[in-house]
Write a protein that binds this ligand. Structure first.
Ligand SMILES: NC(=O)c1ccc[n+]([C@@H]2O[C@H](COP(=O)([O-])OP(=O)(O)OC[C@H]3O[C@@H](n4cnc5c(N)ncnc54)[C@H](OP(=O)(O)O)[C@@H]3O)[C@@H](O)[C@H]2O)c1
Length: 325
């Protein structure tokens, strides 16, 4: 018995040590940002993927800060559960309003119909947070025949942002916040086979889509110069959410992985701090075309700031989603 306990402790300790090397816990914003309680009163914010993980934490904080939050989600029941939970957590203090809207980023038809409703119903949008995302799913296509990760993470948000741009401009000063990932480093834009039809590598495709988020941010910032609409990206770090749902972890390793995630990963609220900073903070007023991590500007690899790739991807994305000439 004692031997078994010693072996378990040694193995467990070893695994945790390896996990710590693999996933050094990035510091969250050194302290959770504290904004005045009514900081977002009168502001309307759209958060995609607000029913879960980082998006839900962003929505919760915005509600606390008295914003009108439009939760743009593909699963309405899950969005309603999340909204109920967030309102309960906001408690008796004055808090903002929640509106739930259906948005499936894997369907351009759904993106168009969501934007149509928003334009009909909302007089202004102060902040758009492109947060929803998919990670390493098995090969599948969106309704419009795009590889799923590129389709949801980049192309769906590309069309969404385009269709809301006039409203964002007429609401200026306004902000667009794009949730990317440090894993962009392991991708490139495969212009020859953007939908990975010849060869699917799920890790590469996630990285490609997150690199696309950064190139999109850069190109859009240039196009928005002088409009008082800013756009910035961020990488949230490693956050304990359901993003890894498609990653297979052997049954026996699951408890250890869970334990390690509690120790080394950020909580969703910690992961939400940089998007909240970009959405709310006066410190980034007028700042555009940058990427942030832990509420500080982050230096990107050259492939994420390459103007030629950004323009080529933009033109191709326009054609794919049926915009432009
Ligand atoms: N967690 C991390 O360590 C980490 C690291 C770097 C970057 N990120 C980025 O952070 C963002 C949020 O992810 P998370 O970690 O909070 O994961 P999550 O808990 O899985 O949340 C992802 C959200 O995206 C939504 N979504 C997925 N496909 C969609 C679609 N077709 N249409 C509309 N919504 C869709 C999900 O809706 P359902 O609940 O209906 O599936 C969910 O609300 C993602 O962009 C991700 O790439 C996360």
């Amino acid at each position: 018995m004692a031997t078994a306990v010693i072996i378990a402790a040694v193995v467990g300790g070893g695994v945790l040590f390896i996990m710590r090397r693999l996933f050094p816990r990035q510091k969250a914003c050194s302290k959770l940002l504290r904004y005045p309680a009514d900081m977002m009163r009168g502001k309307t914010v759209i958060v995609t993927g607000a029913n879960s993980g980082i998006g839900k934490a962003i929505a919760g904080e915005l509600i606390r800060l008295q914003a009108r939050v439009i939760m743009a989600c593909r699963d309405l029941r899950s969005a309603e559960d999340a909204a109920r939970d967030l309102k309960k957590r906001a408690g008796p203090e004055p808090h903002g309003e929640v509106v739930i809207k259906h948005l499936d980023l894997a369907s351009l038809r759904s993106v168009r119909s969501f934007c149509h409703e928003i334009i009909q119903e909302e007089s202004k949008i102060d902040v758009l947070i492109n947060n929803a995302g998919l990670y390493q799913c098995p090969y599948s296509k969106t309704e419009d025949d795009f590889e799923m990760q590129l389709g949801v993470n980049h192309l769906g948000h590309f069309l969404l942002t385009h269709l809301l741009l006039d409203l964002l401009k007429s609401s200026a000063p306004s902000r667009i916040v794009v949730v990317s990932s440090k894993l962009y480093k392991y991708g490139h834009i495969n212009f020859e086979d953007l939908n990975s039809e010849a060869n699917y590598n799920k890790a590469f495709c996630y990285s490609q889509s997150k690199l696309a988020n950064l190139l999109f941010t850069q190109e859009l910032a240039q196009r928005l110069e002088g409009s008082q609409v800013t756009v910035n990206a961020l990488t949230p770090g490693i956050v304990r959410t359901r993003l890894g749902r498609h990653v297979h972890i052997p049954l026996l390793a699951k408890p250890l992985f869970y334990l390690a995630s509690l120790v080394f990963f950020k909580s969703p609220l910690e992961g939400a701090q940089t998007p909240l900073y970009l959405a709310c903070s006066p410190e980034v007023e007028g700042v555009s075309g940058k990427c942030f991590a832990n509420c500080e500007e982050e230096e990107l690899l050259a492939k994420a700031t390459d103007g030629h790739s950004a323009k080529t991807l933009w033109d191709l994305s326009e054609r794919m989603v049926g915009l432009g000439n």
